[in-house]
Ligand binder design. Structure first.
Ligand code: ADP
Ligand code: VHF
Length: 500
């Protein structure tokens, strides 16, 4: 077997792959004229259909609704006014799908439209419905095309960018690969548009150790530039998805990139056959005047791309949904003991809670943040003492709302204490804590050190209730609140940790 072929694994192996391909606006419409990039779209369609014919499951996440809307209405610049943007998205989305449908129709491949907002998946049963529908479409041989429902989404319920949406989609369907196809061929150490010396990054095994400047904006129509792709890669990798940044100008490179990546896990002497897609008559029939872009001789062995290795301990299904499907409404600060207990699969008891921030109700999602407790854990108090404390707490809570003396304090954590584990998202440096009190006396410092977000939870008690029972042993809950729905502030099944 030729050397070139030897390094190309057969994608038509026993296990079909699930591949999510995300296309940014810059790959769908021209940045300046907003005309659709028909050659790119056609190649994407050919690639998706070839993958599909090989038995793989393909999902597209397509941006471009706003870009296509701009073209349709002959608007030169993306407006700033939200209703106008949403109107343009409504105009553009149906044109965009019309475009995809007419191209896929040429190759007799049915497509389906899936429009999502964060709200749609915040409800567990709706999340499961979305997963079931996408899987059903894939089983039916249909290519789902996903976009954010821009017409409805406002800041609070937005994924914000399609990089994140594509990572969530990939996690929902347990995808093997997420391809973030964009207008650069890989991640560089700095923006290659402005830094000619920027160097390509081939593999990222540990995103936290990544040394790349991704701060500069991308194309004028894109959202977030490279930084949202890194966030998406972190998300998808945590769910066990291999994430690739590659050029949308060469979607056919998906074949050698997947083959190359698959071959890395195979023993050297394992016999590897060429891609079936490369042997299809359409690709290699004799007498063709122009060479097919899928012809093996036109495909590099390792096309440029950046690969983010998937986590060895993927977080999936309910745990993933708790972490990333829900928008947090507040923060619970816990001590190291509670963190250890959660890591050992226990639920969250009030005794381990140091502080609470935000205004949330029962069964809402919160951030779990570990801090170093200053105040000692409340010793087991007598029922009388607990009751007394409860009355104090209740009095404070009641009067704080209406006495006109409520003050907001911000506890800024002292710097210099290194985090003890990997942060879930960007390190939290100064989380504001709003505590309403009756007098102008500042609240006691409850914790110190660098707060570290370690997970998310769905809580059994509201923020006001937790403020009253924090630090108490569970027997005190009923006496303080007058009821005790659960001894846990969060059941273990409703806690998801980002690091273990
Ligand atoms: N370190 C980097 N490596 C590569 N590209 C970068 C980097 N930093 C910023 N960028 C910019 O990110 C852009 C891609 O992001 P964006 O325009 O949002 O694409 P899309 O519309 O495909 O989502 C590139 O065109 C590039 O200018
Ligand atoms: N949902 C929007 C795209 C938002 C977005 O993330 O854009 P991009 O950064 O180009 O992938 C649209 O369809 O126009």
């Amino acid at each position: 077997m030729a050397d070139c072929d030897a390094n190309v694994a057969n994608m038509k192996g026993p296990k079909p792959l699930t591949i999510v391909i995300k296309l940014g606006t810059s790959s769908i419409v021209d940045e300046h004229t907003h005309e659709p990039l028909l050659s790119v779209l056609s190649l994407i369609v050919e690639t998706a259909v070839k993958l599909h014919e090989d038995g793989h499951r393909v999902i597209l996440v397509s941006s471009g609704a706003i870009g296509v809307g701009l073209r349709r209405m002959d608007v030169k610049k993306r407006p700033k006014h939200l209703p106008r943007i949403q109107a343009l998205a409504a105009i553009g989305q149906c044109r965009l799908m019309g475009l995809w449908d007419s191209l896929f129709e040429q190759l007799r491949t049915p497509i389906a439209q899936i429009l999502l907002t964060r709200n749609d998946i915040a409800d567990r049963s709706q999340y499961i419905n979305a997963v079931n529908t996408i899987n059903e479409l894939l089983d039916m041989g249909v290519i789902p095309i996903v976009n954010e429902n821009d017409t409805l989404a406002v800041a609070e319920i937005k994924f914000g960018d399609n990089d994140t949406l594509s990572a969530i989609t990939a996690a929902m369907v347990h995808a093997d690969y997420l391809f973030l196809m964009t207008d650069v061929d890989c991640l560089y150490t700095a923006n290659p548009r402005t830094n000619p010396d920027a160097e390509a990054i081939e593999v990222v095994d540990d995103i936290d150790a990544l040394q790349a400047d991704v701060s500069s904006a991308g194309s004028s129509l894109g959202t977030g530039g490279m930084s949202t792709k890194i966030v998406a890669a972190r998300l998808a990798s945590s769910a066990g998805v291999t994430t690739i940044i590659a050029s949308s100008a060469h979607p056919q490179y998906i074949f050698p990139i997947v083959s190359y990546t698959q071959s890395l896990g195979l023993p050297r002497n394992k016999s590897l056959t060429a891609l079936s897609a490369l042997n299809t008559p359409a690709a290699s029939s004799p007498g063709r005047s122009s060479p097919s872009p899928f012809d093996p001789s036109n495909l590099p062995q390792r096309p440029p791309h950046t690969r983010f290795s998937p986590s060895r301990h993927p977080i999936r299904d309910r745990s993933f949904w708790l972490l990333h499907g829900l928008a947090p409404h507040g923060t619970i600060y816990i001590d190291a003991g509670a963190h250890r207990a959660l890591s050992n699969k226990a639920g969250l008891l009030p005794v381990g809670i140091v502080d609470v921030d935000g205004n949330f109700g029962q069964q809402e999602a919160v951030r779990i943040v570990v801090v170093e407790r200053i105040t000692p854990v409340t010793p087991a108090r007598s029922v009388a003492e607990e009751a007394e404390a409860a009355v104090d707490g209740a009095a404070a809570a009641t009067t704080s709302a209406g006495d006109g003396l409520a003050h907001t304090y911000t506890q800024t954590p002292p710097t210099g204490t290194p985090p003890t584990s990997t942060p879930l998202s960007a390190p939290i440096t100064a989380l504001p804590i709003h505590i309403h009190r009756r007098s102008s006396t500042p609240p006691p410092q409850l914790w110190r050190g660098t707060p570290l977000e370690v997970g998310r939870a769905l809580v059994n008690y509201s923020s006001a209730e937790i403020a009253r029972i924090k630090g108490l042993h569970s027997e005190g809950i009923g006496e303080v609140l007058g009821y005790a729905d659960s001894e846990y502030v969060a059941l273990r099944e409703n806690v998801s940790l980002a690091v273990f």
